[in-house]
Design a protein around this ligand. Structure first.
Ligand code: NDP
Length: 294
């Protein structure tokens, strides 16, 4: 098929891009600058896929008409991964705006500009499912009905994690509301959302250690000494980024996936201590350690 992938410079999106290209799909991707577009277009691993790749620059997904050059009637699917996942903000709107308007605006733009899109897959998060007041919630089995009960007031006044989780919760909720309410002839697509917990794995796009995405940055802080004390885990769930990419591909390709919200997790727990132990076991001298592709 022919898909639009948003936020292709991201940690998770890089693996989604590889999975879709390898399967033979055509991928038009969005990034925020020509530099980032060129890095992907010129990457060695993408050499054999040149004819399947097209870049569109979308500097800010929260802007009005952000997606006007990205969508048209040649596309049959959209994979939306772009959303801010970082804690470098002062105003909560810096997260809430791109997460919410970036998603809602995209769905409206698809309805208006891309009539042949049949499936939209959104990278949501376990952040949109978790109820932080329940802790690890022994005995509870998470299901589609689990929604983070965070309110807008908490999003605006709470700590940064609360704001981030709220941004994912509100964005996903609005997406479901959109496909439910706008069931007019205009909305021809259905929706799949994927809710992964912490995502780890090989890094494809990061150019420097200071530009690591948030989940990998946490690991790096164990190694570089910024985290002096291994904190107890708030939750022990994770998933490998390659499995999550495969889940994005399946969510697009499998017709029966439509209308579902999937919790995507590894079938094992982890702890911060496991990460520290793995680093110790690797025994690579700190000064020579570099993030590599594998
Ligand atoms: P990254 O930070 O690597 O990717 C985020 C992507 O979104 C980047 O391409 C970034 O562009 C883009 N982006 C952010 N804000 C804007 C904006 N205002 N306008 C345009 N583009 C924007 O993080 P991940 O790959 O980890 O995250 C991808 C998705 O997965 C997010 O939706 C995140 O919430 C979700 N997720 C991640 C988890 C994890 O552990 N990593 C866990 C659960 C969900 P740029 O690089 O140019 O800033």
């Amino acid at each position: 098929g022919r898909i639009l992938l948003t936020g292709a410079s991201g940690f998770i999106a890089a693996h989604c891009l590889a999975a879709f290209l390898e399967k033979g799909h055509f991928v038009r991707f969005t990034v925020r600058s020509q530099l980032k577009a060129d890095q992907i277009l010129d990457a060695k691993e993408n050499e054999k896929y040149r004819g399947q790749l097209e870049a569109v620059i979308v500097p800010d997904i929260a802007a009005d008409d952000a997606y006007k050059d990205a969508l048209d009637d040649t596309l049959d699917g959209v994979i939306h991964t772009a959303s801010p996942f970082h804690m470098n903000f002062t105003d909560p709107q810096e997260l809430l705006g791109p997460a919410m308007r970036g998603t809602d605006g995209l769905l409206k733009a698809i309805a208006n500009l891309a009539p042949n899109v049949k499936r939209v897959v959104i990278t949501s998060s376990f952040a949109a499912m978790i109820d932080p007041s329940k802790g690890n919630w022994p005995g509870h089995t998470y299901a589609e009905e689990d929604w983070n009960p965070v309110t807008m007031e908490q999003a605006l006044t709470g700590d940064k994690i609360t704001t981030y989780r709220a941004s994912k919760t509100f964005a996903e909720r609005e997406a479901w509301n959109f496909v439910r309410q706008e069931k007019t002839p205009k909305v021809e697509f259905d929706l799949v959302t994927l809710c992964p917990p912490m995502v780890y794995g090989p890094i494809v796009n990061a150019q420097t250690l200071s530009s690591l995405n948030t989940s990998n940055e946490r690991m790096w802080k164990f190694l570089n000494g910024e985290v002096k004390q291994i904190e107890p885990m708030s939750n022990p769930l994770w998933v490998d980024v390659r499995d999550l990419a495969a889940a994005h591909l399946a969510a697009y390709e499998i017709p029966a996936a439509g209308g579902n919200r999937f919790f995507i997790v590894a079938d094992e727990f982890y702890s911060n201590q496991d990460i520290a132990d793995a680093f110790r076991k690797a025994r690579s001298p700190f000064s020579q350690w570099r993030p590599t592709a594998d």
